[in-house]
Design a protein around this ligand. Structure first.
Ligand SMILES: *[C@@H]1O[C@H](CO)[C@@H](O)[C@H](O)[C@H]1NC(C)=O
Ligand SMILES: [Zn+2]
Length: 510
């Protein structure tokens, strides 16, 4: 490596930082920047050098204006498109959801994309690139929200993808993209209205069953009626037509807020997902005999409540103690699960008849078990079943354990994940350089497994998927407190931009 080249790079960066600091007020530690050594190179004059620095600064400023400032503005605007004046709520096919779709459509058009809305209300924006019949890169996330939502969940992925494509469009590079790029804003991921998730991405991936059209919301309106009311066909045939052919798709990429605390704890803006955790949902029901709280002696009771309490504590214990990988650790080698991905939650509990002066006759509760490793999850669930049956046996309580839901782990594509990691590393180091963040962390972009679903889960049925996570404050999501730093929004945009740029013919990226 030539020393002079490294020096030139350093000097160039110093000058860029200096000008950036003046131009947009980044918090730079610029004490030494005024003493930039005079640049001398026999092949270039000082003036050429200054022009080059100016060009770099202008380019970065321009990028930041699209990838950060405009994205921040648009997130704020979209965050106000709500069905309620008091809080953010956009559910499938609601008036606000339609307005949001129209707004997103104008932003896609502004990025130079050809746009349309499909029969499930998904908004698409496509650019053909150099070969319109090559398999397309799909990038997306969802535009629906939970009730009293934050403005980043789903929206960030859509808006930052549009921004990255727009930046490439403005710099004239997009037309050389080797395959079509299609951004999709999915109409339903949260499943708030019909209690069924992935209506949007499921339709594109072709995973929806025709029965779905007859599912009812709280008011008794079916999915079909909701679609017909807005002049969508709502037929089984139209649903089937939405499915993309696997050969027509190259892969799917999604940017999403982490909705967890890992990145913040590491002090890093971006992470890349290696797998979406599998999930088991149990419904445990414990039957004893109801009785008067004052008259039945303790020794004669069959009270399911203490049995449930004992089981719930034991469930937590199993989750903490179980070894985290199937490397055949023996019982003696078991270490507490602190960094692993096995998580267990009892979130719902009910007792019957549920009165303070009555020994309950029945207690039911839910158990949600998730892990990156299907074997570990299965082992945990089997341990729980065994332990619950033991507790019930000892207390002469009748137990039933139902498996309500079972989803295997979905792996992200390894090559896609590697490419996304490279792009995210480039973005993070660029951001850290510009903002003067110093870090000793060797791994600038950690690999995280996702405990939540995301549209990528549905899209994985169609094509290879990759996900970039963006740090959110306190790991808080599904709440108006949800927050993402402006600079982290820039990092996400830079990562997508660099991911796309890497696909351009080499003469373009030099
Ligand atoms: C365009 O893509 C199609 C489908 O992958 C391929 O068969 C064709 O050769 C490509 N055309 C060019 C000019 O590369
Ligand atoms: Zn989401």
């Amino acid at each position: 490596m030539e020393l002079s080249r490294i020096l030139i790079q350093l000097v160039l960066w110093a000058a860029i930082l200096h000008q950036l600091n003046q131009a947009i007020g980044f918090p730079l530690h610029a004490a030494a920047l005024d003493d930039i050594p005079a640049y001398s190179d026999s092949t270039k004059s000082d003036k050429d050098w200054r022009l080059q620095v100016d060009a770099h600064v202008k380019e970065f400023e321009h990028l930041a204006s699209i990838l950060r400032d405009e994205v921040v503005n648009r997130l704020e605007r979209l965050g106000k498109v709500s069905d309620s004046p008091e809080f953010l709520q956009r559910t499938f096919m609601s008036p606000a959801a339609l307005r949001a779709g129209q707004l997103i459509r104008t932003w896609m058009a502004d990025a130079g994309l050809f746009t349309w809305i499909d029969d499930m209300g998904n908004v698409h924006g496509r650019f053909d690139g150099m070969n319109s019949s090559a398999p397309a890169l799909l990038i997306g996330s969802h535009m629906d929200t939970v009730i009293d939502a934050g403005r980043y969940d789903g929206a960030l992925g859509i808006i930052s993808a549009i921004a990255a494509v727009k930046a490439l469009q403005r710099s004239g590079k997009l037309r050389d993209y080797p395959r079509p790029i299609e951004i999709i804003a999915f109409s339903d991921e949260e499943g708030v209205r019909f209690q069924t998730t992935f209506l949007g991405s499921g339709a594109v991936a072709g995973t929806l069953s025709p029965h779905l059209l007859q599912v009812k919301d709280k008011r008794g309106t079916t999915v079909q009626q909701a679609l017909e009311k807005l002049s969508f066909p709502g037929t089984v045939e139209s649903l089937n037509n939405l499915k993309y052919e696997p050969e027509s798709v190259w892969g799917y990429v999604e940017v999403h807020i982490e909705q967890g605390p890992v990145l913040e704890a590491k002090g890093l803006p971006l992470g890349v997902v290696d797998a979406i955790a599998g999930q088991t949902r149990l419904r445990v029901s414990m039957k004893g005999s109801a009785g008067h709280a004052g008259t039945v002696p303790m020794a004669m009771r069959k009270d399911p409540m203490p049995a449930a309490a004992q089981a719930i504590v034991a469930i937590e214990e199993i989750c903490i103690r179980l070894p985290q990988s199937d490397d055949h650790a023996t019982a003696s080698q078991r270490t507490p699960n602190t960094g692993g991905t096995l998580v267990c939650t009892v979130g719902e509990i009910a007792s019957w008849p549920g009165a303070s002066n009555v020994i309950p006759g029945e207690v039911t509760f839910s158990v949600d078990v998730r892990a990156k490793d299907d074997t570990i999850r299965e082992l945990a669930v089997r341990n729980m079943e065994q332990m619950i049956n033991e507790i019930c046996g000892n207390r002469a309580i009748g137990c039933t354990i139902e498996r309500k839901n079972e989803a295997r782990t979905v792996d992200c594509d390894q090559q896609l994940t590697e490419r996304l990691t490279e792009s995210a590393i480039a973005a993070t180091s660029e951001l850290f350089t510009v903002t003067g963040v110093q870090t000793a962390i060797p791994e600038l972009v950690p690999t995280i497994s996702s405990g939540a679903g995301h549209d990528a889960l549905a899209m994985a049925q169609l094509t290879k998927v990759g996900i970039i996570f963006v740090r959110c404050t306190g790991g808080i999501s599904h709440s108006p407190e949800e927050n993402v730093l402006d600079d982290d929004i820039l990092a996400a945009g830079l990562a997508m931009h660099s991911f796309l740029e890497a696909d351009l013919p080499k003469s373009q990226t030099a």
